[in-house]
Design a protein around this ligand. Structure first.
Ligand SMILES: Nc1ncnc2c1ncn2[C@@H]1O[C@H](COP(=O)(O)OP(=O)(O)OP(=O)(O)O)[C@@H](O)[C@H]1O
Ligand SMILES: [Mg+2]
Length: 334
């Protein structure tokens, strides 16, 4: 049985540079497989999705960016806080005209840059709209994947609507904020954390899980990205790390490769193997720390090339073994 079959909103966070955008895109592809439709969203104005899919910068408009291998569509949306504010004013107050007046005098810029909390209210509100949209509002999606802010800011970002509750006791702003929080805290949401097997990202992942739990947000899986294959069987790693690779084995290997096993070559190879083995042992202890979180944990390999569409499909295929929409439970949304 696939994990997260009931989840409609997959939030992907992680330390900067660990692969949030890559993993979010691969997840959107994996979830689209089998004739579904998914939406990949970003909220930080970085145009990371357009770069990854090698298309022009995304406007504030849902665009199809990829097709899953066996049918299924991935759409993408770069949520822009200013456009989201205008949409919000229209949705709740029929105020689009006021919106354009505000825009002329620069009030929108002011509001969305000076009040980061407001910005995040608008961004999360738009994501919620895409998840819960009815047929009239545009395409419906089987799942929405959010390429989210990094671990250090994720709990605050997702929890921002609870701050609204302190400001607005009643009225449409309050009920909008409440409905966003209801979705984010529900079993329809999962917050996944991307990590790599290094000390800092692992620590950030552990802290991130703690922060999310503290505000009762549903933690999903840990996705360990950029994993290198071990180059030696477990038993030999420790010996290799101490610079004690079996010398005769090394000589045999070099001869088999048509190389002369000269002493200085043997010495430098042994030193190199010691470095790599040490790093792999460290990675193993980092992996162990992540495992102690007792969350579903998926590993994605380090791919040598800059990630492009072909590599994304490969990562999507790997994720699909774990995460999928429930095949029989629901008709595709179209
Ligand atoms: N499994 C992988 N194998 C090889 N390279 C990878 C892998 N995953 C991501 N990368 C590369 O690592 C870099 C960072 O990835 P990505 O942009 O997805 O990270 P990010 O967490 O979104 O970064 P940022 O914090 O800047 O938004 C990119 O160059 C990407 O191509
Ligand atoms: Mg990114």
């Amino acid at each position: 049985v696939a994990d997260f079959a009931e989840v409609r909103l997959h939030v992907v966070t992680g330390k900067g540079g660990t692969g949030k955008t890559t993993v979010a895109a691969a997840l959107a592809l994996a979830l689209a497989a089998g004739g579904r439709r998914t939406l990949l969203t970003e909220v930080e104005g970085r145009q990371g999705i357009a770069q990854l899919f090698d298309c022009p910068p995304l406007p504030y408009e849902e665009r199809k960016v990829a097709v899953a291998p066996d049918g299924g569509d991935v759409y993408a949306l770069a949520v822009d806080p200013e456009a989201a504010l205008l949409e919000y004013l229209e949705m709740f107050y029929n105020l689009r005209r006021a919106g354009s007046a505000l825009k002329r005098i620069g009030a929108v810029d002011f509001a969305t840059t000076i009040a980061p909390g407001l910005r995040d209210v608008l961004l999360t509100g738009k994501v919620k709209e895409a998840v819960t949209r009815n047929r009239r509002g545009g395409p419906r999606y089987d799942a929405v994947v959010l390429d989210a802010p990094p671990t250090g800011r994720i709990a605050r970002f997702l929890n921002v609507n609870t701050e609204v509750a302190g400001l607005a006791k009643v009225g449409p702003i309050r009920s909008q904020a409440d409905s966003v929080m209801a979705l984010l805290r529900s079993p329809a949401t999962a917050v996944h954390l991307v990590s790599v097997l290094e000390e800092m990202p692992v620590q950030e992942t552990i802290d991130g899980v703690r922060d999310l739990r503290a505000v009762r947000l549903p933690v999903g899986a840990v996705i360990v990205n950029q994993v290198r294959p071990p180059f030696l069987p477990e038993g030999q790693l420790r010996a290799a790390a101490r610079g004690r690779l079996p010398g005769n084995q090394l000589r045999t290997g070099l001869r088999a490769a048509g190389l002369d096993p000269a002493p200085d070559l043997l010495a430098s190879l042994t030193a190199e193997a010691a470095d790599r083995a040490t790093r792999i042992l460290l990675e193993q202890s980092n992996r162990q720390e992540l495992a102690e979180l007792k969350l579903p944990m998926y590993e994605l390999p380090l791919l040598s090339d800059e990630i492009e569409l072909g590599e994304l499909y490969r990562l999507a295929g790997l994720l699909r073994q774990h995460v999928a929409g429930s095949p029989a439970a629901r008709e595709p949304a179209r």
